[in-house]
Write a protein that binds this ligand. Sequence first.
Ligand code: BTN
Length: 243
Amino acid sequence: MKFTIEYLDTASSTQDVVRQRLEADPSMQEGYVVMAKKQTRGYGRHGRTWESNEGNLYFSILLKPDTKQQNKIGLLALGTGLAVFYTLKPLMEQQDTHIKWPNDILVEGKKLSGILIESLLNKNNMPHAFIVGIGINIKSSPIKEATCLNDLSKKHHSSEEILDQFLKNFKDLYAQWNAGEFDKITAGYRACCIPKGQEISVKLPHKTHEGHYYDIDDHGNLILEKEDGSLASITSGDVYLCD
Ligand code: BTN
């Protein structure tokens, strides 16, 4: 895949900009990337606000995978988290770093980056494109449950350098995903995710499950071991670590 990068000083949200570019030119190729120095209306999963002051990295990528791949988006979400992990881990000291399902990077329990994947639907309600948005805290941690790279690394890193390295890693992971090499993605993920047995709670729209992290399945769903010992498969929800 080839990337074309558009750099902006400011955007409402880089997700919106990619969406607008595609509306203006529906034949636009995948690999179009929009990066902004700051966002005035950045958002995250479940419609939450993503504070986007200057100094952190905000970007979105347009993907147009083959329709046969589209029931594998859960694994693309994990693979994208892995590409962020491979980008950031070598830049840090020996801190305890994990991917929290599906794809947040946590360092000593604090969030360093987040990923949002939105699908664009056609008239028949089928996804025809995806916008993968990534926020990485480099210079500042917008909330107390977050951390930033400059506090974790000996050197200061630029947004451009991190984006560049991420795109190299993502290219490989996306090629694996497109080639159906899902075992490679799940094996990589299992080596970097929170440890099996970690106490977690999983917030769903109408209830919260308490239990232990068990594994991921072949579709990238979370497998939670509930307190009664039974296993539950979770496709979408918010995971919180319990101490
Ligand atoms: C999350 O953890 O909830 C996902 C956060 C995703 C934030 C990024 S920043 C770049 C792109 N533009 C947005 O408005 N959101 C994503």
